[in-house]
Design a protein around this ligand. Structure first.
Ligand code: NAD
Ligand code: TYD
Length: 342
């Protein structure tokens, strides 16, 4: 199988490329990535020399860059490339529209013209909006995105669906809950809190901290994606959840406990506008049809993740570059604060 993975230098994409190369000796992977602030070739330095792997730097929203990946026929496209952070989409949503919507449409068009057999769109549970205290998102839950990020992902999903119905493209969509694990950029809750705690710096918790997310280890997500890619039914949506609902404060307290740091480091800061109160995902369809279940419990996965950040200081120092600091200055400037002075 020859696969074009887009966004393979990011958090989930790099874990997926590593997973696929390890699980299938016959696979060949082309990784197309624009190397934005979130893309990092160090995420894949262990497989860079593998003859079955090739990296191409390029933008999925540019048709010529995508066309350049078709020197050989491809069997599948797996689209991870995206602007992926809600807070950034609140500051400015232009790149979200360009990459997440236009980029997906460019890939779909290339897939149609080159008769690519499978197109897997990596979407998110956030397209369903926010839940009350009960229930979980199913594949039938209506789309009701609340942030510019989730709106752009929902728009992309509708294009994917339309290319299946109109052009017969073998497209599938997965909608996963919040991932955590090694190589996640420290703008998302878990790695940010781990790094702040390691430095003895304040941990910024939005609002009351009682917002609930369903957490899945990236390794479990990658196993589910390979199954859907190989065995999922074209035209279908598959939800992927970790069966691990936790309030943000619970997660933050657990990180402090693992690192033996005091709870006094927690700062309740101004809430995120349009903040979704709760996400929970039912993966019953995936379990029933493809026999997948998460294997890594949240407690174990979180400890492994904390250890990874502790042991990979070189990676951490590299990603905490100028661009990282500029982003946090911008996010907190409205209150005249910096992340370290909260
Ligand atoms: P990430 O931000 O870590 O990585 C995104 C990657 O896409 C980066 O390598 C970046 O360089 C690349 N990229 C961005 N714009 C590009 C462009 N125009 N052309 C080519 N490459 C481009 O994201 P992630 O957390 O790994 O998420 C991957 C996918 O999974 C996204 O589509 C996201 O919506 C989805 N998802 C993420 C989560 C999560 O918890 N992180 C949960 C569910 C779904
Ligand atoms: P995040 O990791 O940004 O993922 P998403 O918004 O896609 O779910 O945020 C997870 C939760 O943590 C969300 O409720 C917002 C909250 N959060 C904080 O409280 N403080 C922070 O600094 C960040 C980044 C997130």
């Amino acid at each position: 199988m020859k696969v074009l993975v887009t966004g393979g230098a990011g958090f989930i994409g790099s874990n997926f490329v590593r997973h696929l190369l390890a699980s299938d000796p016959g696979v060949e992977v082309v990784n197309l990535d624009a190397l934005t602030y979130a893309g990092n070739l160090a995420n894949l330095e262990d497989v860079a020399g593998d003859p079955r792997y090739r990296f191409v730097e390029g933008d999925i929203a540019e048709p010529e860059a995508v066309e350049g990946c078709f020197a050989q026929p491809l069997d599948a496209i797996v689209n991870f490339a995206a602007e992926s952070h809600v807070d950034r989409s609140i500051l400015d949503s232009s790149d979200f529209l360009r990459t997440n919507v236009r980029g997906t449409q460019v890939l779909l068009e290339a897939a149609r013209r080159h008769r690519v057999g499978r197109f897997l769109q990596i979407s998110t549970d956030e397209v369903y909006g926010s839940l009350g205290e009960e229930g979980a998102f199913t594949e039938e839950t209506p789309l009701a995105p609340n942030s510019p990020y989730s709106a752009s992902k929902a728009a992309a999903d509708l294009f994917v669906r339309a290319y299946h119905v109109t052009h017969g493209l073998g497209a599938l969509i997965t909608r996963c809950s919040n991932n955590y694990g090694n190589h996640q950029f420290p703008e998302k809750l878990i790695p940010l809190m781990i790094l702040q705690a390691l430095e003895g710096e304040p941990l910024p918790v939005y609002g009351d901290g009682l917002y609930v997310r369903d957490w899945i280890h990236v390794g479990d997500h990658c196993r589910a994606l390979e199954l859907v890619l190989r065995e999922g039914r074209p035209g279908e949506v598959y939800n992927i959840g970790g069966d691990a609902e936790r309030a943000n404060l619970e997660v933050v307290h657990r990180i402090l406990e693992i690192l033996e740091r005091p709870r006094e480091l927690v700062r309740h800061v101004q809430d995120r506008p349009g903040h979704d109160r709760r996400y929970a995902v039912s993966s019953r369809k995936l379990q029933r049809e493809l026999g997948w279940k998460p294997r890594i419990g949240f407690e174990e996965g979180l400890e492994r993740t904390v250890q990874w950040y502790r042991q990979n200081r070189r990676w951490v120092e590299q990603v905490k570059s100028g661009a990282y600091r500029e982003y946090y200055d911008r996010l907190y400037r409205r209150r005249g604060e910096t992340l370290s002075e909260l």
